[in-house]
Design a protein around this ligand. Structure first.
Ligand SMILES: [Zn+2]
Length: 294
């Protein structure tokens, strides 16, 4: 998925937080961990997967994010790409949420960080994976995760795969507004659990945005993104598949236990992404089907 070079992305609400914010990793406490599980991109701690491997750094991504102004920059630089995605998602949901019966407000921030960052949910580390923190309404992403998506999870990678991650987390912000996010706080796991239904809805919302992205425009009427290509769609679906609970369990535990699922299977994550893509956000009622139809 490619930005139009002259699209104005300067309105994207993004920050890059400094390396090592001075807060010790691991001081979160149980409440924080539970909260993380609710709203993370994946249901695993990345520490085990990352053992012995230093996270890769994107070269040149620590440049001042406030200087990201154009789609051309978003195509060239991952920080600017995050800002472009934020700008587009903000415009999309401003018009897509009211028909669903809720008033939209932007997340406080899309915070990019390296290694660790202090958050309203405790300290985030790279091992946390991308997540949304409801108390401070902020999305946190260590952009090194995008390298892990391909190197450790076997996804194709690519810009649309990266933006799918942002759009999924933005989906949790939408759920925080609508009240749906709370439903995952019942402590249950499993293939038909509320936790899985919440996660699949976030995937569905991401698909809805992807479908509308090339018609979502900046203040001057320039679409932020060009029409999606087949290859880019494959990349996004590959990412959705790579982070399915079954795929991750198979890779980390050597077996699949549906009763431990918190995010849904590869097939479910791809399926709901496509439902949102093909039918729009109004079709993202992941709480309607019974377990076998989910
Ligand atoms: Zn999630």
């Amino acid at each position: 998925m490619t930005f139009n070079d002259n699209a104005n992305i300067s309105g994207g609400k993004v920050s890059r937080r400094g390396r090592n914010t001075g807060i010790a990793i691991g001081g979160g406490g149980l409440g924080v961990i539970v909260l993380f599980v609710l709203s993370q991109f994946l249901g695993v701690d990345l520490t085990g997967l990352a053992a012995g491997t230093a996270p890769q750094q994107d070269s040149g991504t620590t440049s001042a994010i406030e200087n990201c102004d154009t789609g051309a920059q978003a195509n060239a630089n991952v920080d600017c790409r995050m800002k472009g995605a934020a700008a587009s998602l903000d415009v999309f949901w401003s018009s897509a949420l009211p028909p669903l019966g809720a008033e939209y407000h932007s997340p406080t921030d899309l915070a990019l960080f390296t290694d660790s960052a202090g958050t309203g949910c405790g300290t985030a580390s790279s091992a946390t994976g991308p997540f949304y923190c409801p108390p401070d309404e902020t999305i946190y992403i260590d952009t090194a995760f995008f390298d892990e998506l391909s190197s450790r999870f076997g996804s194709n990678g690519g810009p649309l795969a990266e933006m799918y991650v942002v759009a999924h987390e933005w989906g949790h912000h939408i759920q925080n507004i609508t009240g749906i996010l709370e439903r995952s706080q019942d402590g249950q796991t499993g293939a038909g659990s509320n936790a899985v239904r919440v996660e699949l809805q976030a995937d569905c919302f991401a698909g809805a945005w992807v479908a509308a992205a090339s018609q979502t425009k900046d203040e001057s009427g320039v679409p932020f993104l060009k029409a999606i290509t087949q290859q880019q769609m494959q990349d996004a679906l590959s990412a959705a598949s790579a982070v399915g609970d079954d795929r991750i369990q198979e890779a980390t535990q050597g077996q699949v236990n549906p009763e431990g699922w918190t995010h849904g299977s590869s097939e479910q994550r791809q399926g709901w992404f496509m439902t949102g893509h093909d039918q729009g956000a109004a079709a993202c009622n992941t709480f309607a089907p019974d377990d076998s139809q989910l």
